[in-house]
Design a protein around this ligand. Sequence first.
Ligand code: MN3
Length: 200
Amino acid sequence: MAFELPKLPYAFNALEPHIDARTMEIHHGKHHQAYVTNLNNAIAGTEAEKMSIEEICANISKFPMAIRNNGGGHYNHSLFWNILTPNASQAPSGALADAINPAFGNLDDFKTKFAAAGATRFGSGWAWLTKNSAGKLEISSTPNQDNPLMDLAEVKGTPILGLDVWEHAYYLHYQNRRPDYISAFWNVINWDEVAKRFAK
Ligand code: MN3
């Protein structure tokens, strides 16, 4: 069963002015599509062909780099599109808010720490908010297309929020201003989706 590019749950221009339409179109249609195509080529005829993307990530140390890079790329972007929305609420509520405050101080402290994880990731990678095996929240960042599901990640668990800090995610609109892109990200977060992932 080959992996497929998921449909974007909103229009390319829906996240403007925070994330521009051209970036979304290329990011989804070219970059994510390439991860899917290359992942399908890499798993063909291997045991990974019968696995879910989560199972592939959990066993990633057994697989060649092409599966790690493209499998991570497919998982990470599928998550990313879903935690973004044009109808963002400004803050999480309920059990997620109750977990963020003791873990990080308050929402603003969480945002500062998460932004720092994204801003200080050298080169390409991701910033993550992850629910670990003890049910606690942790902030981390990973290089390239690695993610917290991977058995070789430093901080392991289920990612509930992720931010792509590859230049392809922001360069057309923000050029070298990664911190401005990260600031804009807070305006388009689908906290209901993040809360759903946290509750699982
Ligand atoms: Mn990307």
